[in-house]
Design a protein around this ligand. Structure first.
Ligand code: HEC
Ligand code: HEC
Length: 305
């Protein structure tokens, strides 16, 4: 018996089991057309871009990308995101090239007066510094007491001139101070620590500092060999200036009490220093990148001398 009522949905006319019927609900036209368009689109797409796996490879598509690789060779390959990235980086490098050319051509004192070039250094240097240096020196170049020197202040282990900074970045640095725990006794080391603290106006015991002064300039402790008779440090070996308020290894600023300050300095004298390793960038960065970073450290971070 037919269930069809007037105005009800049409059936296909098939009937099973006497009364089981199939409604005829065609999809709206817009939907069907859109569906066919997606099929046509995908077929076109398969021809242009990499699409189907075939054996151990895949269909690469007709589209090609031409780019210059790291070795300076021009390569053409089928479309892929890696090649696309290379191409975008080529275009980026193309935009930066006139600035890099100028940077390489001009001496540091001229660069320092060229605001346009300094703006470029500030923006390109931020990325370069972020990628290579910030992991240690922190993104603003502020460093970390006990680990990495602050590059924004006026205090330089190895010198803050353009030439010295460039030399540091190119060749790396490795500061070394021998441990004195075996050489000197605890009283002597305490005296030396008090003397070192007195040099930068930190709280100290005057009598102990006087004894430390003697030792510092004696052949027994021989601190003056490396730090200089005036304790200003020697930049050829990166021995710290002990007369300023800037500390890299002995965390004096964080110490709460006078005893803690003495203890922080004693720890450095007893154990020596061998962990200050600045990596070598000469082989890893291009000369123009090193020059850019030198200007970035000197002028953008602003600690340069
Ligand atoms: C693995 C950590 C590390 C990275 C990465 C690093 N540095 Fe250093 N850098 C150091 C350490 C540690 C020292 C101090 C060396 C010492 O005490 O002898 C230093 C020292 C320096 C100095 C000398 C500071 C002074 O007072 O004379 C400069 C300039 C410098 N780094 C710049 C850079 C630049 C630019 C980069 C990025 C290309 C960079 N560093 C990447 C760890 C690092
Ligand atoms: C062989 C050379 C050498 C001798 C000798 C030496 N030092 Fe040093 N000292 C250094 C160097 C180099 C550094 C910096 C290490 C670095 O940055 O990696 C340093 C760092 C220090 C610091 C840390 C400063 C800071 O900013 O935290 C103190 C304190 C210090 N020396 C005190 C002494 C005293 C006191 C003596 C004598 C007992 C002495 N040193 C003997 C080479 C020496």
């Amino acid at each position: 018996m037919s269930q069809n009522k007037p105005n009800a949905v049409q059936t296909t006319g098939h009937v099973w089991d006497g009364d089981l019927q199939e409604y005829n609900n065609p999809l709206p036209n817009w939907w069907t057309i859109a569906f066919y368009i997606t099929i046509v689109f995908s077929i076109v797409y398969w021809f242009i871009f990499p699409a189907w796996p075939v054996g151990h490879g895949f269909t690469t598509g007709f589209d090609k990308i031409t780019y210059v690789n790291d070795k300076g060779e021009t390569k053409t390959s089928h479309w892929n995101t890696r090649a696309l990235l290379m191409k975008e980086m080529n275009e980026h490098a193309e935009q930066q090239k006139p600035y890099y050319d100028k940077l390489m051509a001009e001496p540091y004192d001229k660069i320092a007066k060229d605001q346009d070039l300094l703006n470029f250094v500030a923006s390109a240097g931020k990325t370069l510094f972020g990628d290579n240096c910030a992991a240690c020196h922190q993104s603003g170049g502020g460093g970390k007491v006990g680990y990495f020197p602050n590059l924004t202040d006026d205090d330089w282990l190895y010198g803050g001139s353009y030439d010295k900074i460039q030399e540091t970045i190119t060749n790396g640095r490795h500061g070394y101070m021998p441990p004195f725990a075996e050489v000197l006794n605890d009283t002597q080391i305490t005296d030396l620590a008090n003397y070192v603290l007195s040099l930068s106006g930190e709280p100290h015991d005057a009598a102990k500092a006087a004894a430390g002064n003697q030792l510092f300039h004696s052949d027994t402790a021989a601190c003056f060999y490396c730090h200089g008779a005036d304790a200003h440090g020697r930049q050829v070996i990166g021995s710290a200036n002990l007369t300023d308020k800037i500390w890299l290894w002995a965390n004096v600023p964080a110490a709460q009490s006078a005893e803690d300050k003495v203890a922080a300095v004693k720890k450095v004298i007893e154990g020596g220093l061998n962990k200050g390793v600045m990596p070598t960038w000469g082989g890893r960065l291009k000369p123009e990148q090193i020059k850019l970073l030198t200007v970035y450290v000197h002028d953008t971070l602003g600690g340069g001398k």
